[in-house]
Design a protein around this ligand. Structure first.
Ligand SMILES: Cc1ncc(C[n+]2csc(CCOP(=O)(O)OP(=O)(O)O)c2C)c(N)n1
Length: 788
């Protein structure tokens, strides 16, 4: 290939790079004097010096080179900064291309704007030091390292014209999520998806350690990347002219190769798995920064990671070093006296929405289109009477999701993600209309694999979560279905996404995106065959820590409720919705209309199961979750049969956040409504799907909290029968009845007799399952009698 850079262009690009570097150092250090029009004084320097320099000049170098290829090839491109602590770089570049000032007019393209740009960085009331939501063009903050490639791939699914340039930190590359994300290339369809161009930024160091990938041989690294299926192009060195040339050649090659792969697939039907190009940029950490400070080498070492020159007020000589460093970029050549970038340099940036900071893909809500949803009422399970046997709630939902796929097949804006569990979680109906997207080899006995499909499965919860987040952040919709216990694997990714949603919800220019919907099937109570390792309902404990305006938790008790809840979640915006549902055959309680009403209210008295009409109840039997609801109703039928004078009220909770006070969560019941349901002074036996402490945490301010007695999972589990799981945790119908009697002295001797009989029942149960390996017939065949 001929050299793509004319000397004049190379010099201008170098100047643009210097401008970005100058603006980056300015952000780290300058309080005033942004154009160095007078000698640098201590009063011009911020008191608290915060931020990261090390990664920044390399990212500035990449950005200016990406601008060139965007213009040359008219590429629809966004930028993902893996080491997002290079915040100064993305801020500097979006400022230089003009998008920053368009969004924040106060940060104007002049000296006053420069001063504010510098001041706001890592300053109280200003912007954080990462590629944060405030930064135009960012879909990935990069504060918690590891997710850049998964986000990038999520962004290009169903986005055939988009290229995501994804800078991967060589430290970031050591994380589990990133290490597995290289495999995303086996799940990309060159016909219908876009492309990711990874740029492995091999600057050699993390905070205070070398990076693994920088300390293996060139050959090992190349083999590793080729082994992952990539074609790596190396750009290595530090000499500016040579590096500009090498980067330009590598980028031209990569873009042309991406175009060729796409054309081969799209126009010529080539169905071989492509070996997509990527770039390895080996450049010094802290490139162009101070070489030596206080006798210690800085550039090219871990010492450049954060602030290379510290505390000038107490270190004579540091101020001069800083001034020399800033001046080394020759700002007077880059900005005119008014502080405006010189026109011949400004001209290097792409125009309009081709600027990476202005690309609507990075503000996905702008592109979001509503899903075309089928009428969920049509998928209803017929429930002629409470207790009608069901086939398994998620199996019913699967038919609805199947038709969501079909109805949006033209829009191509809905996908279902999961780590190899879509079938196991009961969503097999999806495969009537779509496949799992898979671009690697297939052999005759494979099932449901195709180069393009709506189901994305790789056995990495990180990868699925990251893909889905990238997909949502670029304006599409989706669901993550996962075993409940293993959703914990992405606790931290959920955190980051929830934080992103919280911050973006308050940025007027950021449009709302579709909610992140978790479907946690295969839950704690029905992991009979997998046992203890698969029994953990704690994800929701974690979720409810996040901002109430963002998180929603639903526990539909049956299939019709699940349909109603999922329909709601798929219409919602900018939330994280957690839905916990069963997949095993289980009794159905509500007709679809009753389910719709119940789920809309989120909580309510099940009058058909209660006998306290017209009087105040003696006891409230509350339940939340499908198995606790079953056990509660079975307990209620014992109470009503054996102690018929008792007035029992059944309250079912679908929307967990109804329990919190209104002041704490927008869904919260008013105290008045809560007291109406749970009474001010009567015992409440609360059967809960997850750890009992969560109910106490949500209700501790309620009038009747002292009388709420919660049964839930208390970390007892093994491979056993479904009913025995509840017995092991005291959540079974017999314990619930005994709990009620213990709090109802008025049951007197009759209550004592019932308790004694139920204790015997528990012994019988144990003997029976030990002998036969399944639950007693009276448990298996129990049905709600309907007697009220
Ligand atoms: C998951 C995670 N672990 C630890 C950190 C703390 N941390 C911040 S920067 C950094 C080193 C990053 O190295 P690299 O990805 O190579 O970025 P660069 O050298 O370009 O700054 C670490 C460990 C983090 N941000 N995220």
């Amino acid at each position: 290939m001929t050299r793509p850079l004319q000397p004049d262009l190379r010099l201008k690009m170098d100047a643009y790079w210097r401008a970005a570097n100058y603006l980056s150092v300015g952000q780290l250090y300058l309080y005033d004097n942004p154009l160095l029009k007078r000698p640098l004084a201590l009063t011009d320097v911020k008191h608290m010096l915060l931020g990261h320099w090390g990664t920044t000049p390399g990212q500035n170098f990449i950005y200016v080179h990406l601008n060139r290829v965007i213009k040359k090839y008219d590429v629809d491109m966004i930028y993902v900064s893996g080491p997002g602590h290079g915040g100064p770089a993305v801020v500097a570049n979006t400022y230089l291309e003009g998008t920053y000032s368009e969004i924040y007019p106060d940060i104007s393209q002049d000296e006053a704007g420069l001063r504010k740009l510098f001041l706001q960085f890592s300053f109280p009331g200003g912007i954080p030091s990462h590629a944060s939501p405030e930064c135009p063009g960012s879909i990935h903050e990069g504060g918690e390292l590891g997710y850049s490639l998964s986000h990038s791939f999520g962004a290009v699914f169903d986005n055939p014209d988009l290229v995501v340039a994804c800078v991967v930190g060589d430290g970031e590359a050591e994380t589990g999520p990133l290490a597995t994300a290289w495999h995303s290339n086996k799940f990309l369809d060159p016909k219908t998806d876009g492309a990711v161009l990874p740029i492995l930024h091999l600057n050699g160091f993390k905070i205070s350690n070398p990076t693994v990938l920088a300390r293996i041989t060139h050959e090992e690294l190349e083999q590793l990347l080729r082994g992952y299926g990539w074609t790596p192009y190396f750009v290595e060195g530090s000499e500016h002219e040579a590096m500009h040339e090498a980067m330009a050649v590598a980028l031209d090659t990569a873009i042309e190769q991406i175009r060729k792969i796409q054309q081969d697939a799209r126009l010529h039907g080539n169905s071989e798995r492509p070996h997509w190009p990527m770039i390895v940029l080996r450049s010094p950490k802290g490139w162009t920064g101070p070489k030596v400070v206080d006798g210690l080498q800085i550039e090219g070492t871990f010492r450049s990671h954060q602030i290379p020159i510290s505390d000038p007020s107490s270190h004579p000589g540091h101020l001069k070093l800083l001034e020399d460093w800033l001046k080394s970029y020759r700002p007077e050549e880059l900005f005119d006296t008014a502080g405006r970038l010189r026109p011949e340099l400004a001209d290097l940036a792409p125009r309009g929405e081709r600027r990476m900071g202005a690309n609507p893909q990075a503000n996905g809500g702008m592109l979001l289109r509503d899903l075309r949803l089928p009428d969920f009422l049509e998928y209803a399970v017929d429930v002629p009477a409470p207790g009608t046997p069901g086939v398994g709630d998620t199996h019913v939902l699967g038919r609805f999701l199947r038709d969501v796929v079909t109805r949006n097949s033209e829009q191509r804006n809905f996908r279902v993600f999961g780590p190899d569990e879509t079938l196991s979680n009961g969503l097999e109906a999806l495969f009537e209309v779509t496949k799992r997207q898979w671009d690697a080899e297939t052999v005759p006995n494979d099932e449901f694999l195709a180069p393009t499909g709506r189901v994305m499965e790789m056995l990495s919860e990180h990868q699925c979560e990251g893909w889905l987040e990238g997909y949502l952040l670029t304006g599409r919709h989706g669901i993550f279905n996962c075993y409940e216990a293993f959703t914990h694997i992405i606790d931290s990714m959920f955190n980051q996404h929830a934080k992103w949603l919280k911050v973006t919800a308050h940025l007027p220019w950021r449009r709302k995106i579709a909610s992140l919907n978790y479907l946690l099937a295969s839950h704690v109570w029905r992991q009979d065959h997998n046992g203890f390792t698969h029994q953990d309902p704690g994800f929701i404990d974690h979720v409810v820590n996040k901002k109430a305006e963002i998180v929603r938790v639903y526990l539909p008790p049956d299939a019709n409720c699940l349909l109603s809840v999922m329909d709601h979640c798929l219409r919602s915006r900018h939330y994280v919705n957690v839905v916990i549902a069963g997949k095993h055959p289980a009794p159905q309680w509500l007709t679809i209309i009753a389910a719709f009403k119940h789920c809309t209210a989120g909580i309510g008295v099940w009058q058909w199961a209660s006998n306290d009409r017209g009087v105040s109840p003696d006891v409230v039997m509350a339940c939340c979750g499908d198995v606790p609801t079953l056990e509660t109703l079975a307990a209620v039928s014992i109470l009503r049969e054996r102690l018929p004078e008792l007035k029992v009220r059944v309250v079912n909770v679908v929307d967990l956040m109804k329990l919190q006070p209104q002041s704490e969560h927008p869904h919260g019941l008013s105290d008045r409504d809560f007291d109406d349901l749970f009474t001010k002074d009567k015992p409440v036996i609360f059967a809960f799907h997850a750890y009992p402490a969560l109910i106490h945490r949500l209700t501790y301010r309620r009038t009747n909290h002292g009388n709420i007695h919660v049964r839930g999972y208390k970390e007892e589990g093994t491979v056993t029968t479904p009913f025995d799981m509840t017995v092991l945790n005291d959540l079974d119908r017999f314990h619930l009845v005994m709990d009620a009697i213990d709090r109802l002295p008025q049951t007197g001797a009759a209550g004592v007799y019932v308790k004694e009989q139920l204790k015997d029942k528990l012994i019988e149960h144990k003997q029976y399952i030990d002998k036969f390996g399944e639950d007693m017939p009276e448990i298996r065949n129990w049905k709600w009698s309907g007697k009220g």
